[in-house]
Design a protein around this ligand. Structure first.
Ligand code: RTP
Ligand code: MG
Length: 154
């Protein structure tokens, strides 16, 4: 049985509030990944700040942190043999002008409103995926997931 690589998807507040976006994104996730765990939560600004600590020096940091703490977010631990790459490909470019003009059928092209309100987050490497899953789900066991494991944990 093929082994699963894991990634963390975070559906951002504006997309959680948009029923068309949310149901489309959920279908994309369901059709492409084994979903191992989901959680809806509201981050406080302190937690959002520490999640995005690598960006602390960037001009958009305060805007990003304030936005991520502005409403409910949906977290998904998702598995696929190439989970990190596949989810980022489905999301498309970070910058909304690139997403809309170069890849209009990616999730950010369809539902992105700005570079900050760009629909969802995806881990950018295996190491980030592990850090990010541990950040939100400290009790989650990261290893030895296989393609027949859907819903075992949820
Ligand atoms: P993500 O982590 O969300 O998948 O996005 P990414 O790796 O493609 O982008 P990154 O450079 O890591 O940026 C992290 C988050 O910062 C927000 N951002 N806002 N000009 C802006 O307002 C701006 N630029 C980047 C994005 O929403 C990105 O998700
Ligand atoms: Mg990133």
């Amino acid at each position: 049985m093929p082994k699963l690589q894991l990634t963390l998807a975070i559906i951002k507040p504006h997309a959680v509030k948009n029923p068309v976006a949310l149901s489309y994104i959920r279908n994309v996730i369901k059709n492409n990944f084994v979903v191992l765990k989901t959680k809806r939560m509201i981050l406080d600004a302190e937690a959002a700040g520490s999640f995005y600590e690598e960006h602390v020096e960037k001009f958009f940091y305060n805007r990003l942190v304030t936005f991520m703490a502005s409403g409910s977010i949906d977290l998904h631990i998702m598995g696929h043999t190439h989970a990190v790459e596949v989810w980022r490909k489905l999301l498309g470019p970070t910058k909304v002008y690139k997403a809309q003009f170069q890849e209009p059928y990616c999730l950010r092209g369809m539902f992105g409103l700005s570079d900050t309100r760009n629909v969802a987050h995806g881990s950018d490497s295996l190491a980030s995926a592990e850090r990010e899953i541990k950040f939100f789900f400290p009790e989650f066991s990261l290893y030895n997931w296989y393609t027949n494991d859907e819903i075992r944990y949820r």
